[in-house]
Design a protein around this ligand. Structure first.
Ligand code: OFO
Length: 166
């Protein structure tokens, strides 16, 4: 059974994952109407789906442990970006905030002596390491590319394979 503190903290994470999903969905929609960003568009749509999956995993966990997962209402995310670089800077900022939040949850689980939740959260710890790596890699590449159109072309072509550390 989840403690009240643990349950509230996990529900805050449900909100955060839902917000992530919504933010990346907005990035996907923006990218889809830009010329030449087919790969990036697919990347954002896929990431939005993954964040929803992260949210659902939490929803099931909370409910299975005798709690009640609260489905939150969401604020409208940022809809447009001055450049692709700016969108990816946002994405990295967002992922760093999520990592902090997961770390706090781990901390709470230890304080509450909730070792099942501690164990459950390890999946998120690993996932965040990977998401941060990918977001940093994208930012570094875009920094190098600057306004170079052929660089951007290659970035868009290769982004889906970068996901696997390629
Ligand atoms: Fe849920 O991993 Fe990104 O935010």
């Amino acid at each position: 059974m989840l403690s009240k503190t643990m349950q509230e903290a996990l529900n805050r994470q449900v909100l955060m994952e839902a917000q992530s999903s919504q933010a990346y969905l907005a990035m996907a929609s923006w990218a889809e109407i830009q010329p030449g960003l087919k790969g990036v568009t697919e990347f954002f749509f896929k990431h939005s789906d993954e964040e929803r999956m992260h949210m659902l995993k939490l929803v099931h966990y909370i409910n299975e442990r005798g709690g009640f997962a609260v489905i939150p209402s969401l604020e409208q995310p940022v809809l447009t970006f001055v450049s692709l670089k700016k969108a990816f800077e946002e994405l990295l900022k967002h992922e760093l905030a999520v990592s902090n939040s997961i770390n706090e949850l781990v901390d709470i689980s230890l304080k509450e002596k909730d070792y099942a939740t501690h164990n459950f959260l390890q999946w998120y710890v690993t996932e965040q390491m990977e998401e941060e790596r990918l977001a940093r890699e994208c930012n570094d590449k875009l920094e190098m590319i600057g306004d170079d159109k052929s660089g951007l072309y290659l970035f868009d072509r290769d982004i889906m394979s970068m996901e696997n550390g390629g």
